[in-house]
Design a protein around this ligand. Sequence first.
Ligand code: ASP
Ligand code: MG
Length: 406
Amino acid sequence: MGSVERIRNVAKRVAKWHRAGYQMIVVPSAMSGETNRLLALAKEVDGNPSPRELDMIASTGEQVSVGLLVIALQAEGVDAVSFCGWQVPIKTDTAYTKARITHIDDRRVRAELAQRKVVVITGFQGVTEDGHITTLGRGGSDTQAVAVAAALKADECLIYTDVDAVYTTDPRVEPDARPLGSVTFEEMLEMASLGSKILQIRSVEFAGKYKVPTRVLTSFSDPMIPIAEEAKSGTLITFEEDENVEQAIISGIAFSRDEAKLSVRGVPDRPGIAYAILGPVAKANIDVDMIIQNVGVGGTTDFSFTVHRNDMQRALDVLKNEVQPVIHAGEVTGDAKVAKVSAVGIGMRSHVGVAALMFETLSKEGINIQMISTSEIKISVVIEDKYMELAVRALHRAFELDKESA
Ligand code: ASP
Ligand code: MG
């Protein structure tokens, strides 16, 4: 919701569904740029603000949105009421700035719905058992919406966003990317964790855990588009495999530039060494993604792993100060010029040769693979970041994702 005009559009859209007889709960996010503005303001007062107060401040963006939306709905002649997270209440744990929803009390919302009201609930925020306001992490309105849909056993959770669907890959990188009519929840979860920024990962986890049919669709369509058309638009996240027998093997190519690779050379090759390296890293609260260990010559190995790019410097410090002197390893290096490219698809379960085609394609483009990791439904490679877009386009073509019927 970027402007008053856009808020009126949302109200028109909601009013349309409401008049058609649907019970509606709406979970708006803050107006565009507002959360950034609020967080910047807090950091201007002090560079290291307390997380509790950050949540107190950041949560207000959504409070403004719900009030404005209800006013706009009332102007449309629709009876509506707004609630903050604490009023519902939406209970969370105490992890300020990235709290997890623990319980949603549906009674107040149900009572309002029973009176034919549209209920508008703030995105992104909840309340702890002790009454402290929390936020759910950036992009947390997605999770709030899916969680509310789960608690109220909604028929569907519609997530209106700035893209019109989930695509086979980011159309800004590959113009021939195609919108997916449906994608399984497991594929969506992989894509979200592998760098696709469409939905907050936790919202997909929630959708999977509570089997909430969730649809990603555009907020930029004409708000008066017929419901029958709107209800089929975008991408539906499904829970059934093999709906269409001719499933594509690969559903999408995901990528992420937020990677960094750390290497420790000349590591003595003996039991306990991986723990000696990664133990201190874990203790510093740094998430490790891919890991590779090469047995080298002379009884030593090279040990490499990837972390989020923002954590690279901290991880380097840990390796240099706490690992290298203890295990008597050789050189420790960090490389931020890497990217991760992944092919995702549940079709991999029943098809062989996916990895081979992926490696063949990259080799034809002369792209060196630095690391590989696989799961049942994805293959990821780490490559030099300057080749990332080339790799994405080549793989998109090799898996025929540009062709109709996938
Ligand atoms: N307003 C919050 C944010 O910017 C939540 C959201 O947009 O989903 O992160
Ligand atoms: Mg968002």
